[in-house]
Write a protein that binds this ligand. Structure first.
Ligand code: M6R
Length: 376
């Protein structure tokens, strides 16, 4: 049921304050007198010790689910102190990449039925790894066949383009990082700040959804474009990949997510006055200030080559991010750095949605695609 919305994708984008609340419900502990803020993940509690002892955490998924793992990796590495690697399920299988009994393999999947991810799960089970499932579908094959897991609880997602499941997957993986790192005293303040950030996240998502009309206007401006590059780095490299995936999947427009640090290693050659480029340059806290200033220099260089820039920055920071450069700016609320990808993807989801509708394409069922890819 689409309710008052015209399309499922639109409904699912706008549902995100509520879907995120459902994902976190009962899992965040507010703390209080003599009791620290913490997370409670019932499905994992008997396995946390094994996860903490693992030699490596390998996150495995396809498409948007892979991107969610990419967004969460920095935090998982930071709080667990364990090396975290990422695998696209089909590539892991093609290479028969090494998976060891000392590994924890985390399978991320909205449907829980994606064939490549399921085969990769069987492969990891055969190799003796502890297998954790993160799925949105209770009773799905991945949920049933993993040793333990966390349900995403984002509610049923109908649009082929994954939107609310993506933001909930990031939040679930942030909670996983918090749970795994829960025995480390040195990171307690950081964990508490993230938990506070999670409590407030649905309100911030509500705020960023107010950009709907602005993103529709931008879609009108970009309607005739053949291509859109999306630059991001750090936590928001994933946002660049995921934003580009949405644009190509539903708006049927070529789009590429680019790690900004790679700009001079090839992509810069494409830039001229005919190319539209979306740059994510939100403010990351503390040591990530370095990344922020690097992103400022990326903007300067793209501008110098006359690229048609759209810059996403934190509220009130446009003059800081693009001093002396006149570009179209999208301002978003600032949250804890590791949660910023949840906020930043929303304008790009809205942009992809409006571009598609303006072009008269089928937004909920793009050509050639299925919601669940159950064949290899
Ligand atoms: O159900 P899954 O999360 O395992 O699906 C993986 C991909 O097929 C899926 O995320 C796909 O990339 C989306 N349609 C993208 O919006």
């Amino acid at each position: 049921n689409k309710g008052s919305y015209e399309h499922y994708m639109q409904k699912e984008i706008h549902e995100q304050p509520e879907s995120l609340r459902t994902t976190m419900r009962g899992r965040l502990i507010r703390g209080g007198f003599c009791k620290a803020k913490s997370v409670l993940l019932g499905g994992l509690k008997d396995h946390l010790k094994t996860i903490r002892r693992s030699r490596r955490i390998v996150c495995i998924g396809c498409g948007t689910s892979y991107n969610a793992a990419l967004a969460a990796r920095p935090l998982l590495e930071e709080l667990s102190g364990i090396p975290v690697t990422l695998e696209i399920a089909s590539d892991l299988l093609d290479r028969q990449g090494p998976i060891y009994r000392e590994d924890t393999a985390v399978f991320v999947s909205q449907s829980g039925e994606t064939a490549d991810t399921l085969h990769a799960l069987q492969y990891a089970l055969d190799n003796g790894a502890l297998c954790v499932g993160i799925t949105n579908t209770v009773g799905s094959a991945i949920a049933r066949n993993t040793h333990c897991g966390i349900h995403i609880n984002a509610g049923c997602e109908i649009g082929v383009a994954s939107t609310k499941a993506y933001t909930s997957q990031i939040v679930v993986m942030a909670m996983l990082a918090l749970a795994v790192g829960d025995d480390t005293i040195s990171s307690q303040l950081r964990r508490e700040a993230i938990i506070d950030g999670l409590f407030d996240l649905p309100n911030k998502v509500k705020e960023v959804l107010k950009l709907d009309q602005e993103m529709k206007d931008l879609a009108e401006q970009l309607m005739a474009e053949q291509s859109l590059l999306v630059f991001g780095r750090g936590y928001n490299f994933a946002t660049a990949l995921e934003g580009a995936l949405k644009v190509k999947e539903v708006a049927l427009t070529h789009s590429e997510g680019i790690l900004a640090g790679e700009m001079k290693h090839g992509p810069l050659a494409l830039v001229d006055e005919n190319l539209s480029i979306f740059v994510i340059a939100t403010h990351d806290a503390c040591f990530r200030l370095v990344l922020f200033s690097k992103q400022q220099s990326v903007i300067q260089q793209l501008h110098a080559r006359k690229g048609r820039l759209i810059v996403m920055c934190s509220k009130g920071e446009s003059s800081l991010v693009c001093p002396g450069v006149s570009v179209r700016v999208i301002e978003v609320p600032q949250v804890e750095d590791c949660l910023q990808p949840v906020i930043n993807i929303i304008p790009l989801q809205l942009l992809a949605y409006h571009l598609t509708v303006l072009r008269g394409l089928n937004v909920d069922q793009p050509r050639n695609l299925a919601k669940s890819v159950t064949t290899q």
